[in-house]
Design a protein around this ligand. Structure first.
Ligand code: MLT
Length: 409
């Protein structure tokens, strides 16, 4: 008899964004004329930078000639891209990362989900609440959650992150094995201060806790008082794995390229008390289960670091940041309380009094045909909030705000 992985039975409903897509598709079917504006999932809308397209064309041509054709690439990524990451994302920050600590992949989502394979199913996980659902769901699949009771999993440590604590969670009230932090944060759009991140690194060191640091949105940072990489913090190499992505930095959501840094100093324990480095384990995992990102895509990602590529991709970020300003100021002007949107493409707003976040989601969809993401979908402490993204077109962003202004709360 073939048995299933029973852990899947613990997952709650379907993946958040799949759930919302289904709801929106049903609404569109019953309202075929509705002019829907999508500010829900954080998916980019600006085209790829010309320098990126040019590099892709060139790489496509190379693949068409015997002398320059490439088959399987290195599972860890081509050296040209890993070196570009080291030189442009780390060296300017004064961070020494070796190229064999950088692993190129097809997405931060995949890496964040896959990394949990390296850890015992008995490990205790802490997540912020609200949280990017992949951290939680991948650990549910891995058997670390226990049962869902009331509105939480019994074995997961939730760290409330809300306006009351200025979106800076307290440390767990007990030792945990792994903690996930996302900065700039998805979904709240807020950042943790440099000082607080230093305290987190120190806490992780003191507690022998691995820090999973997701900085997929670092390109949106304008504030001085946070970090672009966790390795700017002294001691982080001993505790932190960092996830970075070209998705939001360079519009690669459909092109797929990201990387994960696993420093060699980072060790965890074997059952018999030996220290085991995670870097060779991740390398082993990738070599076994992954054949690398296509050459064409890695050349495209490399072009993001060229002079033209950098300037062009920064222009797209500036465009989205201006959308975020329009949303923030537009919503504030009609009396809504908003957070985030300064160092991140997400605006996190308090829903009008007396409504749940799904009520407000339905109201926006049905009355003004705007797709958003209900805060409750990111965890129990997301209740009472709603997320809008600044990744829409300028025209749609302006139209969305005008439409929301017509609503009476
Ligand atoms: C989001 O909307 O939270 C993100 O687009 C999801 C992702 O990056 O996977």
């Amino acid at each position: 008899m073939t048995l299933i992985n029973e852990n899947y039975a613990n997952l709650q409903s379907s993946y958040l964004f799949a759930n919302i897509a289904r709801k929106v598709a049903e609404f569109q079917k019953s309202h075929p004329d509705a002019d829907i504006i999508r500010l829900g999932i954080g998916d980019v809308t600006r085209p790829l930078a010309p320098a990126v397209i040019e590099a892709m064309h060139k790489a496509v041509d190379e693949m068409g000639h015997e002398e320059t054709f490439r088959g399987y690439g290195p599972e860890q990524g081509y050296e040209f891209l890993r070196q570009a990451v080291v030189d442009h994302d780390y060296k300017p920050l004064g961070i020494n990362i070796d190229i064999d600590e950088v692993f190129i992949s097809d997405g931060a989502k995949s890496d964040v989900g896959n990394i949990q394979e390296l850890f015992s199913a008995d490990n205790i996980i802490a997540i912020t609440d609200p949280v990017y659902p992949v951290y939680l769901d991948s650990n549910v699949m891995g058997g670390r959650s226990g049962k869902f009771k009331g509105d939480r999993f019994e074995n997961i440590v939730y760290l409330p992150t809300n306006a009351e604590n200025n979106f800076s969670p307290e440390f767990p009230d007990r030792r945990v094995d792994i903690v996930y932090l996302c900065c700039p944060n998805n979904p709240t759009g807020t950042v943790l201060s440099r000082k607080r991140l230093k305290e987190w690194v120190d806490w992780c060191k003191a507690n022998e806790t691995v820090l999973m640091f997701d900085s997929a949105y670092e390109a949106f940072i304008s504030s001085e008082d946070t970090v672009h990489s966790i390795y700017e913090i002294e001691g982080a190499r001993e505790v932190a794995i960092e996830f970075r992505s070209f998705s939001k930095t360079a519009g690669f959501t459909g092109t797929r390229c990201a990387y994960t840094a696993v420093p060699k100093e980072l060790t965890v324990n074997t059952a018999d008390g030996q220290k085991q480095a995670l870097n060779p384990m991740w390398n082993r995992r990738q070599c076994t289960k992954f054949n690398g990102v296509p050459y064409i895509i890695q050349r495209a990602a490399e072009a993001v670091y060229s002079e033209d590529g950098h300037r062009q991709t920064r222009e797209a970020i500036a465009y989205y940041k201006e959308n975020a300003r329009i949303i923030r100021e537009g919503l504030t002007a009609i009396g809504l309380t908003v957070f985030g949107g300064v160092d991140a493409p997400y605006i996190w707003l308090k829903v009008p009094a007396g409504m749940t976040s799904w009520d407000f989601f339905d109201l926006l969809l049905e009355k003004v045909n705007i797709v958003s993401t209900p805060g409750a979908g990111f965890g129990p402490c997301g209740e009472g909030y709603l997320r809008l993204t600044s990744f829409g077109s300028r025209e749609n962003t302006l139209r969305a705000i005008e439409r929301i202004k017509t609503l009476k709360f």
